[in-house]
Ligand binder design. Structure first.
Ligand SMILES: NC(=O)c1ccc[n+]([C@@H]2O[C@H](COP(=O)([O-])OP(=O)(O)OC[C@H]3O[C@@H](n4cnc5c(N)ncnc54)[C@H](O)[C@@H]3O)[C@@H](O)[C@H]2O)c1
Length: 389
């Protein structure tokens, strides 16, 4: 691969606008760092807050040009689309209820889009947005960032390579403890995260359930066909869902389990998957992302590591350094940005991108994520009835 495939194709870096990610936002800083890691983007403008004064101040603090400081997203899109050196890509990291509006507006202005999950709050919006992406021919990257870890990609490649045989069982869990503390007072004014309308129909599902669902699909290449679910609230007095569990039936007949919560006291960010096939099993855990355990049917258990022996091409291109040097959250996130950059620059130059760059989640994955959330809610309301996805 060239040193910088975007420069090789376009002769310059992609110009990026960010929406959201102002002071206090955890994920905004991650997006910006991910965009910069491989030097494929230059952040040229942004609306960092819904408050124009805060947005302008945050933009200046980041070193954005004052003459590209705009009062609203609409103004930014209008003005940038009429500049010769206008932005190429818009990245959206705002509260969930604005993803649809901003993504649609960016696509309508001819910009490629990178958007955080969940793609939208409603199924109608998800279907409309996916349709728009398909019609436009533009690139849409959904930042299910855990799919960017080298060992998650290695797991996917090993499954696709047949090393596990026929997939029979999938267990996925995303367990956090951030909402376990009953002493923590509810905010006086409900922020979007505690507002069932702005945050989406199920907080825990939008926050982490879509990540877990996407991870299971990404690694196995299978689709969840049906769920039997329960979703609800464990911590007394809470208005939003803080746990969800489901049994899964996959489209190849495999069975699975899904468990997500933000109310497990003391647990930090435990996203974990186990996949078992007729010839062996794989296990991976986000808090120790360097280790992928492979348990073959008849041989002793093995460990795969980034760039270690047995690394397959999809994983090899996802590590930046030689074996034994830990990489983690930032690098995984950056892999989605960098792959999307390859796809976007190739599209703009009318060339074909490296097929291995095309594994980032897209609007179809976003639509299936929203559909899964709805099916879990529907099943739970029907006392765990098996429900199609
Ligand atoms: N991929 C991940 O792992 C991950 C992790 C955390 C959050 N997220 C997603 O990121 C999004 C934001 O979450 P957060 O935790 O950063 O939220 P947050 O409330 O902490 O931050 C949101 C930021 O967006 C800004 N903002 C709000 N409305 C805006 C608007 N209309 N225009 C411009 N800026 C606006 C706010 O000023 C704030 O800076 C959510 O969709 C969430 O699901 C993803």
């Amino acid at each position: 691969m060239e040193l910088n495939p975007v420069i090789a194709v376009l002769g310059r870096r992609l110009r990026l606008a960010v929406i959201g990610g102002g002071p206090g936002s955890f994920i905004g800083a991650m997006h910006r760092q991910a965009a910069r890691l491989d030097d494929r983007y230059e952040i040229v403008t942004g609306i960092l807050s819904s408050d124009p004064h805060k947005s302008k101040k945050a933009g200046l603090d980041l070193g954005l040009a004052p003459d590209r400081s705009y009062a609203s997203v609409q103004e930014m899109l209008d003005r940038e689309s009429s500049r010769n050196d206008g932005v190429d890509v818009v990245s959206i990291m705002t509260p969930n209820d604005s993803h649809y509006e901003y993504s649609l507006a960016a696509l309508e202005h001819g910009f490629d889009v990178i958007c955080d999950k969940p793609m939208t709050n409603t199924l109608e919006e998800a279907e409309a947005l996916h349709k728009k992406v398909q019609e436009s021919g533009l690139i849409f990257c959904l930042t299910h960032n855990y799919t960017g870890y080298p060992m998650v990609r290695q797991a996917k490649a090993m499954v696709a390579d047949g090393q596990l045989g026929t997939i029979r069982l999938v267990q996925v869990e995303y367990v956090q403890g951030g909402k376990a503390d009953e002493q923590k007072p509810m905010p006086e004014v409900l922020t979007w995260k505690y507002d069932p309308v702005r945050g989406g129909p199920s907080r825990v599902m939008g926050d982490i359930g879509t990540h877990a669902h996407n991870l299971a699909r990404f690694v196995t290449g299978l689709e969840v066909a049906e769920v039997a679910a329960e979703i609800g609230t464990i911590v007394p007095g809470r208005l939003i869902h803080d746990f969800g569990g489901a049994l899964l039936r996959f489209d190849n007949g495999a069975r699975g389990s899904f468990w997500v919560t933000q109310a497990a006291a003391g647990v930090e960010n435990c996203l974990r998957i186990r996949v078992s096939g007729s010839q062996g099993s794989l296990e991976w855990m986000q808090e120790f992302p360097q280790a992928l355990t492979f348990k073959p049917l008849r041989d002793p258990s093995q460990n795969r590591t980034p760039n270690g022996p047995g690394t397959l091409p999809l994983a090899a291109r996802s590590s930046r350094i030689v074996a034994g040097h830990p990489e983690g959250f930032h690098e995984g996130f950056a892999n989605l940005y960098s792959d999307a950059a390859e796809a976007i620059s190739a599209r703009r130059a009318g060339k074909a991108a490296d097929p291995l760059a095309l594994y980032f989640p897209n609007s179809w994955d976003g639509l299936l994520g929203v559909r899964f959330v709805n099916s879990v809610i529907e099943s739970s309301k029907a006392n765990g009835k098996w429900t199609k996805c």
